[in-house]
Design a protein around this ligand. Sequence first.
Ligand code: NAD
Length: 258
Amino acid sequence: MDLGLKGKRALVLGASRGLGRAIAETLAREGVRVIAAARNEPAIAEWAAAMPDCDITPLRIDLADIASIDGTLEAILADGGVDILINNAGGPPPGTALDADHAAWTANFSAMAASLFHITSKLVPAMRERGFGRVITIGSSGVEQPIPNLAMSNGIRAAVLAWSKTLASEVASDGVTVNMVVPGRIHTARVDELDAAAAKRTGKSVEEIAKASAASIPAGRYGRPQEFADMVVFLASERASYVTGSRVRVDGGAIRSL
Ligand code: NAD
């Protein structure tokens, strides 16, 4: 299948590791000119150096520092903007619904939601003018089935999902699609960190936690970042032109609801 991605431009946020990195690498292998952004620019430069035949520009963006973002966006727009925006942010700390205080809610909402809304609103007008655009936001299975002890993630991502769905209707007639992709449990460093936190909390070993977690997934295992990235890249492609306003699961069957 020709995905029609050659020569397109993408901004991938949260691209230093994990899902963002896998998405950025996969887009680049499809011939997309990728701006890969995160706080840790050297980490991006390191993995990008291993892909010398691809067009990858590492960029420092701190989603928690909105003042640092606008100048970067202006430079991207002055250079023609992007066709594809991957909205991916770091996850918040674990905790119960009563754990977090006002400052923690505000800081995490700003980095995980408001900054993504802001970046999208700056980059989408140029997509509409060109009659092509893809906005793909990385969510969490918590938007469908709240995950215990991840109250902040569940709450903030529900807001991001509602925003994504609202935007989809607003720009659909201009050739811009807007979708959310929902990971179940994809094996990244963050998942290892969450398993380690659960082990500490429960007194079990990390291996026991990971084994029980994998056993609760119908596929019987965690997903691979590449399996997640492949779905995102399909949604970014020309081939997915009639898919918008959707929430797509990549979860090995983990979410039990219809
Ligand atoms: P990760 O922690 O491995 O990677 C997050 C990326 O975001 C990193 O590149 C990090 O540098 C970047 N980042 C963090 N804070 C940032 C900031 N302030 N500014 C710019 N970049 C920042 O996480 P992951 O496993 O790749 O997951 C990506 C997203 O998907 C996270 O929000 C995570 O909570 C969510 N998620 C992942 C899973 C999973 O199974 N991996 C499941 C549900 C939800």
